[in-house]
Design a protein around this ligand. Sequence first.
Ligand code: PMP
Ligand code: GLN
Length: 380
Amino acid sequence: MHYTSKLPDIQTTIFTTVGNLARKHDAIDLSQGFPNFGADTKLIELAAQAMRQGYNQYAPMQGYYGLREAIAHKIAKAHDHEYHPESEITITVGATQAIFTAITAFVHSGDEVIVIKPAYDCYEPAIELNGGVPVCLQLNSPEYTINWTAFKKLITPKTKMVVLNTPHNPTGRILSKDDMQKLEDILRPTNIILLSDEVYEHIVFDGKDHESACRYPDLANRSFICASFGKTFHVTGWKLGYCAAPVALMKEFQKVHQFAVFCVDHPAQRAMAEYLEDEEHYLGLNSFYQQKRDFFLKSLESSRFKIQPSEGTYFQLLDYTQITKEGDEVFAKRLITQYQVASIPISSFNTNQEDHNVLRFCFAKKEATLEKALEILCKL
Ligand code: PMP
Ligand code: GLN
């Protein structure tokens, strides 16, 4: 049988490749971004209760209304921006589906989409599957900031969308108010849609604030805000997320959503709606993860890694140039096979697979797990 691949250059994701190797070598896994501790038993009980109460059939296409209301309330409180739960919020299968659906709903063949690199790996395949063309801007290194002058130069009449991610995976950088205002000024005279991936919205450190695109009126009017309950509530396996956008954008989004998935896991939505009632369940996350970041970094002070503390997300990049001259994929592999610690080499997220000799470590782990890994990392 003959067929032409729609994604001829796409390989198995680095998360799967590294994860499989880590399991084979029984390595301490700080690679893929997920917690190795349990979710709140209250949340689990709420989901079980929803199933027992009989919420086991399809939810409404846009999502359970009570959850959409809870999300609208949460966003209004955090960012002083009102989304109408009836028409401007959709519950999705994680942020991944929100991102894929927004891109599919708007990107036509030949449209350009600006992507900031290093970038999480689901943006470009979605753009390409829809016939779009990713136009990439590499962050300045080693500080990982956006060169807004270079960004502006990438805009052409074909630019349909910009994909932004703050807090940023994999660098752990966050965008500042100044960044967001610059973006707002650049996009103001255009029709460009902003896809704002904010899955780590509740993991920001050192008292800083998450600058959601919806805080900026001209950005809010053109944005899809994509979020993930998996990240926020330690349940990545639930694949539950949401997307918020102004009604005209959301209408197009839902045209795709209703045929791609129609609706999302109903009992999980019921549980989440109730769990969101107590805002401490998510407002406490910054300090919960800051403690883990600080623990991780304090122990690494005696190591040969060069460190720029993560400002948000549960990832820390470590520059290993004082340890070896190997490429990041080679070193990451050797760390697994020889030392039994797994991390993510990030060259595959960079423009032209540029290798900056840094690895990404996930610190969303139990202290005992981090301790074991740190003991090894400090001896390298
Ligand atoms: N965006 C970023 C930046 C991520 O790190 C991830 C990984 N969870 C996602 C989107 C996807 O989120 P979800 O698991 O909710 O689909
Ligand atoms: N978001 C997770 C990470 O960055 C990975 C999710 C996945 O494997 N696709 O590690």
